[in-house]
Design a protein around this ligand. Sequence first.
Ligand code: ZN
Length: 135
Amino acid sequence: MDPALEKLIRLHDLEKMEEEISSEEYMKIISKLRQEEDEEELKKMRDEALEAIRREKEKIIKELNKINPTYYNRYRMFKNAYGHGIAQVVEGICLNCFSRVPTSFITQHGKLLRCPNCGIFLYVPKGKKTEGERL
Ligand SMILES: [Zn+2]
């Protein structure tokens, strides 16, 4: 897999988790799950998890910038515009703008692509997913 693509996907996943676990909704779910913990304790644990995410993100961004600083700049730009910096191609459709991508894209597993319509970073996930393999 393209090393920049791998890092962009990890960054995307971490930011999604960061947003999810920061929400009040999530705190309600998790406090039900972990009944023994009081709310303050749970918040402390969440903050630690968020800190870990931040450190991991910093590491990934550094690595990305070593490859080429434009990757992270573009990722941020897309994220600000669309709420996410990278999207999947599913059945030949860009999941960011819903337009059809060129058919030549469909076999480009593991490559970092750009949507010709909206410009966002795109990737084609592998068709057959096996347990423990996400891409
Ligand atoms: Zn698009």
